[in-house]
Design a binder for this molecule. Structure first.
Ligand SMILES: Nc1ncnc2c1ncn2[C@@H]1O[C@H](COP(=O)(O)OP(=O)(O)OP(=O)(O)O)[C@@H](O)[C@H]1O
Ligand SMILES: [Mg+2]
Length: 382
């Protein structure tokens, strides 16, 4: 399979449109569903909206599609304000979670529907339908009715119907949400392939972080009607801008305490530990802060703590859980003060530690990300 761009990179294509959200806002009565969102989706990019239920993902997508009016702010597609343009004139394909195929029409008739709307002549229509069926790998299913297809096949037909008129933008709202895990994983790869083949700009909504990591050039993380951070999966994982993003994408150990400036970085003093970090938090001196360290950045040792180099952070812990993963294992540890930590050990580099053992948790100061604490965060995630 040809790969025409580096993983995680973006490549402008002639086929994909640029989408600019400029302070886009949606109010329903007194409540704000989307609050002042600004974001550029580059031509040909695969952008994913990731966030918990009710965070504003679908509402944002509906405003781009033209199904929902914008309350304030602007929306431009290829530098043209599209606020007043009806959905069917926006050159946008849409796929939803529930297939929404016309049950009384065959697969071919379903896929031809947007072509009929656009008054494409019959011969041309047949050719385009056949090509779309080829793209979604259902060439032999043209004469079937939706009721005669599996959920995954129906969703592929919906995808064919959305791409058949070569829209410059394809919007997908949890298109795989109703499918079982195996089929979902298979279709994720299919969608990635189709994105490469058609070259349109894709905006994909999910609340599944793994799905977002697999598919996206970039991810916009939604929380509470706002976009918290936009970046590649790598940027969001390695340098989360907020505690919410750190918690929503991947696992981590979170140490809470008071941050004091220390040289170019800070020292975080918490319950039973004092550790160094390269970062500073806004709010400066004495601010309560949270230090986020990813599991693969942490190491457990039973060596004499006196022998640990002075530049390395070292915190005494007790191992409370072992999670076997085949190619790796995760050890859950309890930190002083009762917080839980998570350490990932690769097979081939496993320690001898077992549940109940005491050890020292070590990491380099550069491997922690210091963020302002957010006391509401644990309520969201527990
Ligand atoms: N038509 C509507 N009228 C009133 N409130 C609405 C309407 N549509 C959405 N909302 C509210 O706007 C907020 C954002 O909803 P939205 O559907 O965009 O969330 P979402 O991120 O897509 O969530 P999910 O993952 O559950 O699909 C929610 O609080 C929701 O209740
Ligand atoms: Mg939704």
């Amino acid at each position: 399979m040809p790969v025409d761009r580096p993983e995680g990179g973006t490549a402008p294509t002639a086929k994909g449109a640029r989408i600019d959200l400029r302070g886009m806002t949606k109010r329903f009565g007194a409540s704000v569903a989307v609050d002042d969102c600004t974001l550029t989706v580059e031509p040909g990019e695969f952008m994913t909206f990731l966030g918990p239920s009710g965070s504003g993902k679908t509402t944002t997508l509906n405003m781009i599609a033209g199904f929902t009016d914008i309350s304030a702010g602007g929306l431009e597609i290829d530098d043209l304000p599209v606020g007043g343009i009806p959905a069917h004139k926006r050159d946008i394909g849409v796929v939803f979670q529930h297939y929404a195929l016309f049950p009384h029409m065959t697969v071919a008739q379903n896929i031809a529907f947007p072509l009929r709307q656009r008054k494409i002549p019959k011969a041309e229509r047949q050719r385009m339908v056949a090509a779309a069926l080829e793209t979604v790998q259902l060439p032999d299913h043209a004469a079937r009715y939706p009721g005669e297809l599996s959920g995954g096949q129906q969703q592929r037909v919906a995808l064919a119907r959305a791409i058949v008129f070569s829209p410059r933008v394809l919007l997908m709202d949890e298109p795989l949400g109703a499918l079982d895990r195996k089929l979902r994983e298979f279709l994720q790869l299919e969608i990635k392939r189709i994105h490469r083949e058609v070259g349109s700009t894709f905006v994909f909504v999910t609340h599944d972080q793994e799905e977002a990591l697999i598919l996206s050039d970039r991810i916009a993380v939604f929380n509470n009607a706002k976009i918290e951070q936009v970046g590649t999966a790598h940027e969001l994982y390695e340098r989360p801008a907020t505690l919410f993003v750190a918690r929503f994408l991947g696992e981590s150990t979170i140490l809470r305490g008071t941050a004091r400036p220390d040289g170019a970085g800070s020292t975080l003093v918490g319950d039973g530990f004092a550790v160094r970090t390269a970062g500073r938090v806004e709010g400066g001196e004495g601010g309560t802060a949270a230090l986020v360290v990813r599991p693969e950045r942490l190491r457990l040792t039973t060596d004499d703590p006196a022998g640990i180099p002075s530049g390395t952070n070292a915190v005494p812990v007790t191992v409370v859980e072992e999670i076997y993963l085949g190619a790796a294992r995760k050890l859950e540890v309890i930190l002083p003060g009762g917080a839980r930590g998570l350490v990932r050990e690769q097979a081939g580099a496993l320690s001898d530690l077992r549940v109940g053992d005491r050890a020292t948790l070590c990491w380099h100061p550069d491997d922690g990300v210091l963020l302002p604490d957010d006391p509401t965060i644990e309520r969201i995630f527990t």
